[in-house]
Every structure is written in C-alpha cells, then in structure tokens.
Design a protein around this ligand. Structure first.
Ligand code: HAS
Length: 542
C-alpha cells in the first residue's frame, strides 16, 4: 500500500541511524578504556556528538513518527492529502538531519546532543536541528487532523485508544519543543551567526530542559502504546482498562513538562523553592508509570488464568516466552525497574548532588531509553515491518530476534551496571580517557571502563544482528500476511468516562501547570541574568 512506503521510509532512517550511532558508541567505550586512539585526528567529542544526536534525537524521532503514522493510519485512516503532507514532514526531517550530521562530521559542531552554551556550533547545526523539529510538527498536525476527521465522521463515539495516545504524545511534543525552538531561533542561531557577543547560558539551559525532560517521555510513550495495546494482543489477552490507559497518558501530558529543573538541581541562579516544586511534580510523573505496571501485569495474569493456569505464578510461566514480539518488550519492562529507581534517585535533590555529571547518569539512560524503549521498538519492528512489506516473521527470524534480545540484555547489563558503580565512585561522564594527573581514584575506575568496553562490544554485535534482521524482514523474508496486533478491551472493564476526551480541559491544566512552574523563575533568570558568557568554539581556535 502507498502509505506503507511512508511508514517504512521513517524506519529506514531509524535503522541506518542505529548502525552509525551504535558504531560511535563502541568507539567511545574503547577510547574511554584507554585501549584505542581515534584515527585521522577525529576528536572524542565529535563521535560523542554523533552518538547522542543520531541515536537520541534522530533514531527515536524517525521511529516514533513512522510508528505513530502507522497507528493512526490503522485506526483512523489516512487520506491522500494527509499522506502527501506526511511525506513533506519526512523530507523536512531528513534534510534537517543531513545538514546537522554534515556539520558534526566536519568537526564544526562537537557540542553534544544537549548543545549547551557557551559551546558554539556552526549555524547550520542549529538550522538542521530546527528543520528536524519543524518536520516533526508537520507530522503532529497531520496526526491531529486525522483524529479530527475521524471524530467528525464518528460523532459521539470515543476515539480509538491508539489514536488518542498518539495525539497526547504529539501535543506534549509540540508544547515541549516550543522551548527548544525559542532558544535555537532567538538565542543560538543569531549568536552563532555572530550577532551578539554573549549568550544567557542559564536561559538557554532552562529552555533546553523545559524540552529535554518531556523529550524522554516522548520516547517512552510509544513504548507504552505497545505495552498497553499491542502486547496484550500478542499474548492472546485484552486491554485491562481503556479508561486507565487514557488517564495514565493524560497524567504524562500534565506532569512531563513542568519538571525540567530536576536536570538543573546543581545550577546556581534558580531559586531552590522552584527546584523543590519541580521535584515534587517530577515524583507525580512516577504515578502513571506505576499505573502502567499494574495494568500490564493485570493483563498478564488475567490472560494466563483465562487459559486455565491456576497456581499463584502458573500464568507467569506460561507467557509466550518464545515469541520475540513479547519477549523483547518484556525485557524492556524489566529493565525499567532499575532504570526507574535510578530516575527517582536522580530526582532526589541531595542524591543528585552525588550522581550529577557522573557516568551514573549515562548508566541511567542506557537502561531507560537504550533498553526499555529501544527493546520495545525492536519488539514492534518484528511485526510492523512484515505487515508493511507483506512478509512473514518466520520461526528462524523469530529465533534470531530472541538471540538478539538476550545479546542486548547481557551487553546492557554489563555496560550499564559498571556505569552505575563507576559513577558512584565519582567518575565523570562525557570525558575521554585521562589519568587525571595520576590520581589514585583513576586506577579504580579503569576496571569499570574495561567492563563497559566489553558490554559495548556485545551491544554492537546486537546492533549488527538487529540491522540484519530489519533488512531481512524488509526485503528478503517470504511473502505472506502478518497480523497488526491491536487488542480489544476486557468486556467487564468500567466504561471510559467521557471527560477523558475533554482535550480543552487537559491541555488547559497542562498549560496552567507550566505557567505555574516556570513563569516566576523565568522572569528571575531574564531579569537577573549575568552579563552572559562568551562563546567557546570547539576545537579551540576554530
Ligand atoms: Fe531520566 C537524566 C529522572 C525516566 C532518560 N534521563 C536522564 C537523561 C536521559 C534520561 C537521557 O531527576 C540524561 C540527560 C542528560 O543528558 O543530561 N528519569 C528520571 C525520573 C524518571 C526518569 C524520575 N529518564 C526516564 C526515562 C527516560 C530517561 C523513561 C528515557 C526514555 N533522569 C532523571 C533525572 C535526571 C535524568 C533527575 C538528571 C540527572 C542529572 O543530574 O543529570 C521516572 O520517569 C522513572 C519512573 C519509573 C519507575 C519504574 C517503575 C517500574 C516499572 C516496571 C514495569 C515492569 C513490568 C514488568 C511491568 C518508578 C514501570 C516487571 C517484571 C518483573 C519480572 C518484575
């Protein structure tokens, strides 16, 4: 079908990014272990920027937009006009990605994926990133339109659950990315073009984290879409409660954005009262995650018991462990237990003082985004690609997928565990190999660095295997029909309250919370801004 081509186009970019970004990750672990020197004058921060931008921003956004387009197409339909605009979003995002990637590869933008001022990149780096965001906004407006058209044609009916979820995620994305867009357009681009000698660093970082935290939920929510609606179907069950799923997404919309200060707890210039308020709001965002865990386990248990497994954990043993469409997301769910606990530690002000800017934080996000989310995305790939290309997930590919999931789990366990421990021993994140003037502590860190290189190598093997599986599913697997797994709701679930679809109410509360959490600190940051910082061009003397 013609729409499949659009969805697949997004996935091609995502998997090409996985290969490039993964290779950079491997190189980083080798450099940090002191086992490898980058050739051709390539700088450590150049590959670290490629790794972060290509994996955290490009892979995720392309996969999510493509996957969400397919969910909308399946549940609400997509018109020819919407499809055309969908292609516009793809090309705008791709052109933006190519511009940004070129600047990084030329060594003109080694500013890492957070592009903190006063690090300054070439203007085209920021312009490219802006295009990626603009492209994603175009996609968002197509999704909004798809739901609107569906609602008009189905007056009085509740929207399809997946369409509702996609729209929540895109509303959150648009509101959040406004922050980084303002910073890029009004601060970074003029500054990198030479207008204005200094930049308000705190303002730029605050606008970045206003966007940066919801960004992580923009990654997480598509995984939750699969956990709530797809995984139940794969295991032969039903959705525990449509209303509960919608409520948890609404809570994410409300509490994901006004919490960016938990990334800035160590920064001066922000009144501690506002930090405290945003930390409280951060803990609120744990609630929908716990609701999700409860609801998914309820689905697992109900399904197992319905199949007749009676003992306390009999239902658990009988889950379809040999089906990679279930196994890969399940490993992701398990990884979220330590990943989430790490998040709560990070968000606690006093504990943050211990872990901030250490490699502990890197360990945290390799569990959350690189395991929970990415393994769920792999789990989606095993059925989505065959559906889109009219091919079969054969038992052989399924077996390879199971091997891939275990390789990923083992590699990540070794790498992320050693990052967490090394972080508690004080090792900084974002630093190349150094003996820090021969400090004793370094001799303790090095063993954990070597463990990370081992984990990173295993993970790279996992990436090669996953890319092979993707190519196989997209081009070489036998022709056939594969199911698009969308579960129905349990018959005895409570009817979904109508108020959950009151968009004006939820968006209104979201905006009110943002204004509450940010207005006064923003005025402070602008009013009491220091003279600003002069640029730091990398490499020095560019
Ligand atoms: Fe985070 C830093 C706080 C979740 C990603 N985070 C980062 C960075 C990234 C990131 C990329 O407060 C680095 C940014 C940078 O470059 O500087 N994070 C949290 C909190 C949560 C959280 C409170 N993070 C995520 C998710 C991410 C992600 C999700 C990506 C997808 N994070 C922080 C903080 C920092 C931070 C600070 C800044 C640190 C610093 O100082 O720089 C929460 O959302 C976590 C809630 C989750 C739980 C877990 C519940 C468990 C569940 C398990 C379900 C399991 C099932 C199966 C169903 C409370 C849901 C069980 C099976 C069995 C067999 C048992």
């Amino acid at each position: 079908k013609k729409e499949s081509k659009l969805y697949m186009a997004f996935l091609y970019v995502a998997f090409a990014s996985l290969l490039i970004g993964g290779l950079m990750g491997l190189l980083q672990t080798l450099v940090r272990a002191g086992k490898f020197t980058l050739p051709f004058g390539i700088n450590y921060y150049q590959i670290l920027t490629v790794h972060g931008v290509i994996l955290a921003l490009v892979l995720t956004t392309f996969f999510i937009v493509g996957f969400q387009f397919s969910l909308m197409g399946k549940t609400t339909g997509i018109s020819d006009k919407q499809l055309k605009v969908g292609w516009v979003s793809f090309w705008v995002m791709l052109i933006g990605t190519l511009i940004t990637a070129t600047m990084i590869l030329l060594g003109e933008a080694s500013v890492l994926y957070t592009f903190y001022a006063p690090l300054r990149a070439h203007p085209l780096f920021y312009i490219g990133l802006s295009l990626v965001i603009i492209g994603s906004w175009i996609a968002a407006f197509v999704n909004f339109r798809q739901l609107y058209v569906w609602k008009k044609a189905h007056k009085g009916q509740k929207s399809p659950l997946l369409a509702f979820m996609v729209n929540i995620n895109m509303i959150m994305w648009v509101i959040a990315s406004l922050g980084v867009a303002i910073s890029v357009v009004f601060q970074f681009i003029p500054w990198s073009l030479g207008y204005g000698a200094t930049i308000n660093v705190l303002l730029s970082r605050t606008l970045f984290w206003y966007f940066g935290h919801p960004l992580v939920y923009f990654w997480l929510l598509p995984a939750y879409m699969a956990w709530y609606v797809i995984v139940p179907k794969v295991i032969g069950g039903k959705i525990f409660s449509d209303g509960l799923a919608r409520l948890s997404f609404i809570l994410f919309l409300m509490f994901s954005i006004p919490v960016g200060f938990h990334h800035q707890l160590t920064e001066p210039g922000i009144n501690p009262t506002w930090k405290f308020i945003q930390v409280v709001l951060t803990f609120m965002v744990v609630v929908p995650t716990l609701m999700t865990a409860f609801s998914i386990f309820a689905t697992f248990e109900i399904t197992g018991r319905r199949k007749g497994y009676k003992s306390l954990f009999g239902w658990f043993k009988k889950l379809p462990w040999k089906d990679v469409r279930f196994l890969a997301p399940f490993i992701g769910m398990v990884a979220f237990i330590p990943g989430g606990i790490g998040g709560i530690i990070n968000a606690s002000h006093q504990l943050n003082a211990l872990v901030h800017n250490t490699i502990w934080v890197t360990g945290h996000f390799h569990l959350t985004i690189a395991t929970t989310v990415i393994l769920t995305f792999f789990g989606i790939t095993y059925w989505l690609v065959p559906v889109l290309t009219n091919r079969k997930l054969t038992p052989k590919i399924n077996r390879l997928g199971i091997i891939q999931s275990f390789i990923w789990a083992v590699g990540m366990l070794i790498m992320s565990a050693s990052m967490h421990i090394e972080g508690l021993l004080g090792a900084p994140r974002r630093s190349a190999f150094s003996n820090y003037g021969g400090a004793d502590q370094v001799s303790v860190w090095i063993n954990y660095q070597i463990a990370q290189a081992v984990g990173g190598t295993i993970l790279f093997i996992g990436i090669l295997l996953m890319v092979y599986i993707f190519i196989k599913l997209a081009f070489f697997a036998p022709r056939g029909e594969e199911e698009y797994p969308i579960a129905e709701e349990e018959e005895d679930a409570m009817p979904t309250p109508k108020v959950l679809e009151n968009w004006k109410l939820w968006i209104g509360i979201t905006i009110a919370l943002i204004l509450f959490a940010y207005t006064i600190p923003m005025i402070d940051i602008i009013q009491h801004s220091p003279p600003g910082s002069v640029p730091f061009d990398f490499p020095i003397g560019r």
